[in-house]
Ligand binder design. Structure first.
Ligand SMILES: NC(=O)c1ccc[n+]([C@@H]2O[C@H](COP(=O)([O-])OP(=O)(O)OC[C@H]3O[C@@H](n4cnc5c(N)ncnc54)[C@H](O)[C@@H]3O)[C@@H](O)[C@H]2O)c1
Length: 297
């Protein structure tokens, strides 16, 4: 594990979004000076909790200004960027629109960070690069970072390209640290009520091997990634320690993916999206479970 102190001042993109709100709150509580940016929300100062800048990240000039203190009242050197802004799933917008927005925003963020001399970038990749929705079975389980990306949608293709782009940015700058977090399906506490109903049909959530990430634990992963100081690009699967099911993980795999090799002794509800690398390298340690919020019969 190569861990340093948290950066002092951090720009968080996608700050008005589901994960972004949790990340901004978590980092501010940890004492980080956060400039929250998004193209939505925060226009009315009465709605804003803390420093916020309205930015369309598809416009490179706006991104550079956000990162270099170019916008009035938002001066101050930026030490790190957390890039979460995106159309956050396949099927929400047309494929070309999703690709155009997400590829432009991420290129602009990576390139503007480089231009501004920012040496730490943490960004949201996605569990989708693991091969979701697993119409083709996974190569083995739990799935991890050890096999090449298998994007099955335009959204996921862009995330896979972002991971490749990060590797080249790091090749160009040997001091740069870039951490891609392959988040599972993001959940707030209000999302947990229907979880017990998933048990009736194991097919219902097989598309991501019954995984999820509590937004608060996602925020913890971002904090851990910001403290990572090993130069180069790396990626980590970020999920909770358990599945969304009350049935055992082993029985789910045996029923739905009987031919898939199980590479370890599985705990009763152990995640099939391996978080062992994130635990080992980042010190990620998820604290929450949907089971703490919903009565499980
Ligand atoms: N939600 C999930 O289940 C999930 C799973 C894996 C990965 N992710 C990734 O995590 C990140 C955050 O997802 P989320 O669930 O919080 O999504 P969200 O839609 O709640 O938030 C995304 C935010 O990005 C902003 N945004 C999009 N395009 C922008 C642009 N051009 N300029 C400025 N702001 C822009 C939106 O306004 C929005 O507030 C995304 O990168 C997403 O792909 C999400």
């Amino acid at each position: 594990m190569s861990i340093s102190a948290l950066p002092r001042r951090v720009v968080v993109t996608g700050a008005s979004g589901k994960l972004g709100r949790a990340v901004v709150a978590h980092l501010r509580a940890a004492g980080v000076d956060v400039l929250a940016v998004d193209r939505a929300g925060g226009r009315d100062p009465r709605d804003v909790d803390g420093e916020f800048l309205l930015v369309d990240l598809t416009d490179y000039g706006q991104v550079v200004e956000a990162f270099t203190g170019g916008a009035d009242e938002h001066a101050g050197g930026v030490d790190a960027v957390v890039h979460l802004a995106a159309v956050p799933a396949p099927g929400l917008m047309s494929n070309a629109t999703t690709f155009a927005n997400n590829s432009a925003t991420t290129y602009n963020v990576f390139a503007a960070a480089r231009a501004a001399g920012i040496k730490r970038v943490v960004w949201a990749s996605s569990e989708t690069v693991l091969g979701l929705p697993f119409d083709t079975p996974p190569p083995y389980a739990p799935v991890d970072e050890e096999y090449a990306p298998r994007p099955e949608s335009t959204y996921s293709l862009n995330k896979a390209l972002e991971e490749e782009m990060a590797r080249h940015f790091c090749r160009w700058d040997p001091e740069l640290v870039m951490v891609g977090l392959r988040f599972s399906n993001v959940m707030d506490v209000e999302d947990y009520a229907p979880f017990p109903s998933f048990d009736a049909d194991p097919q219902l959530r097989r598309w991501n091997l019954w995984g999820y990430i509590d937004a608060r634990d996602g925020a913890q992963a971002v904090e851990r990634a910001l403290a990572h100081d090993q130069p180069g690009a790396d990626v980590f699967v970020i999920a909770n320690a358990d599945t969304v099911m009350t049935r055992s993980s082993a029985s789910l795999m045996a029923e739905v993916y009987p031919g898939v090799e199980i590479r370890k002794e599985l705990g009763e509800h152990e995640t099939l999206l391996s978080i062992e690398k994130a635990r080992r390298v980042l010190g990620y340690d998820p604290r929450h479970s949907w089971r703490d919020h919903v009565d499980v019969l």
